[in-house]
Design a binder for this molecule. Structure first.
Ligand SMILES: C[S@@+](CC[C@H](N)C(=O)[O-])C[C@H]1O[C@@H](n2cnc3c(N)ncnc32)[C@H](O)[C@@H]1O
Length: 147
């Protein structure tokens, strides 16, 4: 594993070995990433994406364990889920949400709309979601909006 955060092995190898993510903490730079270069996005991907992934996983697991949210009939019997992410960046939250929902509900069909002003981040996000679909056997349809 390259990151201290607990993310799935396939995700760790994909972002670090295939996409060449880097770990580089920069608290000032990270506050404004609309104009990020590809290298800036790789720094973000290695440094902050894994943390977001684990944070969302923790929240979703808590929601599942401590509330009856996922027991409601309209959630439990859904054939597919639609997710909208505004300012998706490289997608730490979306990828984690898809993993969580599929693990909790068993649902394998997702339709995801990704909106971001940074086209490079959108492309990275789409690559990760596409790999996630293959690795986890999920049918994930994505629409990207670069605005
Ligand atoms: C903190 S990052 C993304 C975090 C992401 N949701 C995650 O979970 O990893 C914020 C994103 O919002 C985008 N963004 C910020 N201001 C924007 C704007 N005015 N229009 C479009 N995208 C914007 C940036 O390009 C960046 O990718």
């Amino acid at each position: 594993m390259h990151t201290p955060y607990r993310i799935p092995q396939w995700l760790d190898s994909f972002i670090f070995d295939s996409l060449e993510a880097r770990i580089n903490y920069d608290h000032c730079r990270v506050m404004n990433n609309l104009e990020n270069s590809h290298l800036d996005n790789l720094n973000y991907l290695g440094t902050y994406f894994p943390r977001t992934y684990t944070e969302i996983k923790t929240v979703m697991n808590k929601l599942s364990r401590e509330t009856d949210y996922f027991d409601h009939q309209d959630i439990r019997f859904k054939r597919g889920f639609r997710i909208l992410s505004v300012g998706c960046g490289t997608g730490g939250d979306v990828v984690s949400m898809i993993d969580s929902i599929s693990e909790i509900t068993g649902c394998q069909i997702f339709s995801v709309t990704l909106i971001d002003g940074n086209i490079d981040a959108l492309e990275i996000c789409q690559e990760i979601i596409s790999m996630q679909g293959s690795v986890k056997g999920l049918r994930i349809q994505t629409e990207i909006i670069n605005r």
